[in-house]
Ligand binder design. Structure first.
Ligand SMILES: Nc1ncnc2c1ncn2[C@@H]1O[C@H](COP(=O)(O)OP(=O)(O)O)[C@@H](O)[C@H]1O
Ligand SMILES: [Mg+2]
Length: 303
């Protein structure tokens, strides 16, 4: 028997572990505030695969952050199951959940949560110190991460000496420091100008190409991010409203003729695909309209 099998006790688990998949089954999350209940996830079912970037889009308040938090073990479902490499993390004890979060998950947030007093390098080393896995090899890995995010020259700079885009690059390197299986990005470009946004998108894309055993999930309300998606989900009111599989997206990208910068608005020459392109456009418009309505409603009825 291999070490892997001995450690994990059974073959199925070892095989499932390799696949790097996440399967979410009928996820329900209800927040209770006194007597008021907010249903943030309403029977959401979907899957994620290693080597892929899944982009999840949806208007503000539809449950994107909640979904990332439950996948990342920051919060628990009210009901439903989350299989990560074949294991239902909903069954984890608090202690197991903490281990899972520290070892398997890398988070990238909209507001890069870097420690202002620490240099770029120290911020990246921090997760390793916290999980007590800092050693020579991990330090070398951090140096290679600085290289990957293009900040080797700036590793001694503090966050306030870096641009927004550079700070987000540090956050991405910090999220990768523990060599996690799953990278969760919550509005990673939300605070950035267009040029920095493009750089971050390219970086996230290159990370998954470099580490194809990892699974990346990006939630955003910014439709531009779909350019780097291998799989695309739309959420509406806590459930998946529309989805594009890897194959469907690839076919659409091929059709639009450009792998990196997809223009879904191009007219389809293949009639059998034309309706899919049209649907995607309509979903996007729907998504914009919904967001505008939300904004206006918030102005009219502030909480
Ligand atoms: N801790 C919380 N307590 C109560 N309600 C919450 C909490 N977190 C989120 N919600 C509510 O759950 C819904 C989904 O929120 P969220 O997942 O943050 O959406 P998104 O990230 O798509 O904007 C919203 O109605 C939000 O107000
Ligand atoms: Mg959110």
């Amino acid at each position: 028997m291999s070490d892997n099998q001995t450690q994990n006790g059974n073959m199925t688990y070892a095989l499932a572990q390799q696949s790097g998949s996440i399967q979410i089954d009928d996820a329900i999350k209800i927040y209770k505030r006194g007597k008021i209940e907010v249903v943030a996830l309403r029977g959401l079912t979907c899957e994620f695969k290693a080597g892929e970037i899944t982009v999840i889009m949806g208007p503000s308040g539809c449950g994107k952050t909640t979904l990332l938090n439950v996948i990342g073990g920051l919060d628990r479902l009210t009901s439903g199951r989350i299989f990560v490499n074949g294991v239902d993390i909903a069954q984890y004890t608090d202690r197991e959940m903490e281990q899972y979060r520290r070892k398997k998950i890398g988070f990238v947030f909209q507001f890069m949560n870097l420690i202002p007093e620490l240099t770029a390098e120290e911020n990246i080393l921090l997760p390793l110190e916290l999980s007590k896995t800092l050693n020579k090899a991990s330090k070398e890995f951090v140096n290679s991460l600085l290289d990957i995010v293009g900040l080797s020259e700036r590793k001694t700079h503090r966050p306030d000496e870096l641009s927004g885009g550079e700070q987000q690059r540090v956050s991405i390197a910090a999220a990768l420091a523990n060599n996690p299986d799953i990278i969760l990005c919550d509005e990673p470009t939300g605070e950035l100008d267009t040029a920095s946004k493009r750089i971050i998108m390219e970086l996230l894309h290159s990370v998954i190409k470099k580490f194809p055993e990892k699974t990346m999930i990006i939630v955003s309300h910014d439709p531009e991010l779909k350019a780097i998606a291998d799989r695309l989900y739309y959420i509406r009111d806590g459930a998946i409203s529309h989805k594009f599989s890897k194959e469907e997206l690839q076919a659409l990208k091929k059709q639009s003729g450009e792998e990196q910068n997809i223009d879904f608005s191009m007219q389809s020459s293949d009639p059998s695909r034309a309706h899919e392109v049209a649907l995607l456009e309509l979903r996007e418009i729907d998504h914009y309209v919904r967001e505008k309505i939300d904004k206006i409603e918030k102005k009219l009825h502030p909480m």
